[in-house]
Design a protein around this ligand. Sequence first.
Ligand SMILES: NC(=O)c1ccc[n+]([C@@H]2O[C@H](COP(=O)([O-])OP(=O)(O)OC[C@H]3O[C@@H](n4cnc5c(N)ncnc54)[C@H](OP(=O)(O)O)[C@@H]3O)[C@@H](O)[C@H]2O)c1
Length: 350
Amino acid sequence: MLKKKDKYNVAIMGATGAVGGKFLSILEERNFPVKELRLLASERSKGKKLKFAGKKCPVEILTHRSFRGIDIVLSSAGAARSLEFLPSAVKTGAVSVDNSSAFRMDKDVPLVVPEVNPHEIEKHKGIIANPNCSTIQAVVALYPLHKKAKIKRIVASTYQSVSGAGQKNILELERQEEAINKVVDNWTIGSHTVDKFLVKEFPHQIAFNLIPQIDVFLDNAYTKEEMKLVHETRKIMGDEAIKITSTCIRVPVFFAHSESINIETEKKLTPEEARKILSKAPGVVLVDDPKKHKYPMPLNAEGKNEVFVGRIREDESIENGLNLWVVSDNLRKGAALNAIQIAELLIKHA
Ligand SMILES: NC(=O)c1ccc[n+]([C@@H]2O[C@H](COP(=O)([O-])OP(=O)(O)OC[C@H]3O[C@@H](n4cnc5c(N)ncnc54)[C@H](OP(=O)(O)O)[C@@H]3O)[C@@H](O)[C@H]2O)c1
């Protein structure tokens, strides 16, 4: 349990990564009560310094002793590191909010989106899991509709930005686009294909392409990313009966994930009613005036905290169905912001 204090000692595990960078800026933006900040990463980051609150803070190498004196750990260094190191953080009495998939489906670990199931944090035993980026924005948009009309089935197709895969993948798209832009004749077939040595992180070229694979394939022919959306959504919404299927696509967008979501509800919900509910829902911004070309887009969601919802329309192929388009910044609400909101809840309840 977190003890009430004026200010807290905070450690960021994976501080040099894509999510780690957002932890730093959002802690500052929200005036999080930081007493001491400990930045942790791998040997590769030895000697690096990162800016926080006008000062340059040194990055330390993550070890089992990194958590001494720490109250709150914000973790984003991958599942293997979370599994190895967070038990040490728990032993020292710190509370960890973990961005990786390591503990999300553990029945003893709460999986929390503050707009949906904030009360779950009370059950923590030292670790609270932050859901996957694509799950967070989906449940922020869907939970208010579920409360009103009970969702029976969800069909979600995601269009996920490269930053969702980390810092190296952002650079990979940048380098591939640079290489293509150097080619004078971009209209000839093959002239927008990059040399193989520029394809390292993704399984295929991502620039000017879409890749229908995020994470590894499982025995059921779905990817791990697709099944995360299925299992995590049910756990967060507290309803194992919801039928969910998903397809996750990587797109050549730098920041913010987009999702086309179809829902079937038990009670009838008109698009107008859905708009009314979502216009008052916490963390949601309704952008839904298609005739004026107003709908959510990743470029507009980049750097913002909210989940943007639009293109709400009736699914005319079934009795109680709606289609929605949901966009949010994966590094903010999809990762760092959600974790910091959880930490703020912990402080509120300390
Ligand atoms: N990107 C997203 O939108 C997003 C959303 C939700 C959840 N997540 C999760 O958040 C985690 C981090 O993602 P990311 O996108 O920030 O990845 P990233 O940009 O690749 O950053 C990874 C971070 O982990 C550190 N790290 C890697 N191996 C380490 C080791 N052996 N010891 C200590 N530190 C190590 C890296 O340090 P070095 O710089 O020293 O290598 C870096 O700080 C992942 O579990 C990911 O699934 C990401």
